[in-house]
Write a protein that binds this ligand. Structure first.
Ligand SMILES: Cc1ncc(C[n+]2csc(CCOP(=O)(O)OP(=O)(O)O)c2C)c(N)n1
Ligand SMILES: [Mg+2]
Length: 334
């Protein structure tokens, strides 16, 4: 259980041992720096197609990842780079996929939205809004069918939660008590539409209540809060009690994709979230309060910078796939 300490703003904030916090700091910083570099490569014209950055939302995936084992399954939407890095996928392979090179996870043919790792139990990377939800439910079904004590984490957005297939999935997951955890990353917008304009009823955590699925709203800018709620959901599923919905309140600091008019939310709103709720700065503050030095943090910063620089170099030097591979690795044979 996380310890609590008095926060600078007077409230109770959670804390945890330095070793644990350092891991979260490192993992979130890797995602942040990776995404910043991906944004730069996109600006240089090196990334084709879509590219959706996860900056601001890092605590969601890092907190959830801390609750599962490598055998558990993870699936998400197109805003997927952070999820892949959190699953332990190689930054080189992810970046090279963004630049469409043969060293990428889909051999340069999938791009940002279509990457997978069977080895890390990461099942994509889906460009159709909500389409990952039935698949994630199927993964939970497979765990149950095969008698494995494993869970499936399905991430979806506040926009995706209004798709019909989500409710077919909720019904089956509840009916068969599947070990499915649905993590709604409520970043307040689906492209340029605020959740208030798109969703009837504000409580997305309650969207499974008529199926009897417990729901919980969680502070998604606080990695320890995510980990705590995630841990409860995983224990519930592994005990055979079925699915949980976590509505994780988060915020994306960047645009929806690389072209975003930025007219649907005031600049002050973004600035306020960046300065007051940045998930990485919050962990950094906890670490400093526990005695981690600036030098220790700088060392981590340098390590992360080197990993990202190496991934970016690889993504520019790995060759493009040859024309002869145009029709290979498209379908898996029966
Ligand atoms: C079925 C379908 N409808 C529409 C789109 C276009 N589209 C892409 S992302 C998106 C917004 C989804 O928002 P949300 O679920 O909140 O996820 P976020 O982008 O905030 O992570 C839409 C409408 C799509 N890709 N698929
Ligand atoms: Mg959204």
């Amino acid at each position: 259980m996380p310890k609590t300490k008095k926060g600078e703003r007077g409230g109770e904030v959670k804390s945890a041992p330095a070793g644990e916090l350092l891991k979260y700091y490192r993992d979130m910083l890797l995602i942040r720096r990776f995404e910043e570099r991906a944004g730069q490569l996109y600006g240089m014209g090196l990334i084709g197609g879509f590219c959706h950055l996860y900056i601001g939302q890092e605590a969601v995936v890092v907190g959830m990842q801390a609750t599962i084992t490598p055998d558990d399954a993870v699936i998400t939407s197109y805003r997927d780079h952070g999820h892949m890095l959190a699953c332990g996928m190689d930054p080189r392979g992810v970046m090279a996929e963004l630049t469409g090179r043969i060293g990428g996870y889909s051999k340069g043919k999938g791009g940002s939205m279509h990457m997978f790792s069977r080895q890390k139990n990461f099942f994509g990377g889906h460009g159709i809004v909500g389409a990952q939800v039935p698949i994630g439910t199927g993964l939970a079904f497979a765990h149950r069918y095969n008698g494995h004590r494993r869970v499936s984490l399905t991430y979806l957005g506040d926009g995706a939660v209004n798709q019909g297939q989500v409710y077919e999935s909720f019904n089956m997951a509840a009916l068969w008590k599947l070990p499915a955890i649905y993590i709604i990353e409520n970043n307040r917008y689906g492209m340029g539409t605020s959740v208030e304009r798109a969703a009837a009823g504000p409580a997305l955590a309650e969207r499974g209540s008529s199926y009897g699925i417990p729901g919980e709203q969680v502070d998604g800018m606080d990695v320890l809060a995510v980990k705590e709620a995630g841990g409860r959901a995983v224990a519930h599923a592994k005990a055979g009690n079925g699915p949980t919905i976590l509505e994780v309140m988060t915020y994306r600091f960047r645009g929806h994709s690389m072209s975003d008019p930025a007219k649907y939310r005031p600049k002050e709103e973004v600035d306020k979230m960046r300065t007051e709720r940045d998930p990485i700065n919050q962990v950094r503050d906890l670490l400093v309060a526990q005695g981690t030095t600036e030098d220790d943090l700088k060392k981590i910063d340098r390590e992360i910078r080197d990993i990202v620089a190496d991934a970016a170099d690889f993504a520019q030097t790995s060759p493009e796939p040859p024309e002869s591979t145009l029709y290979t690795d498209i379908l898996v044979g029966a």
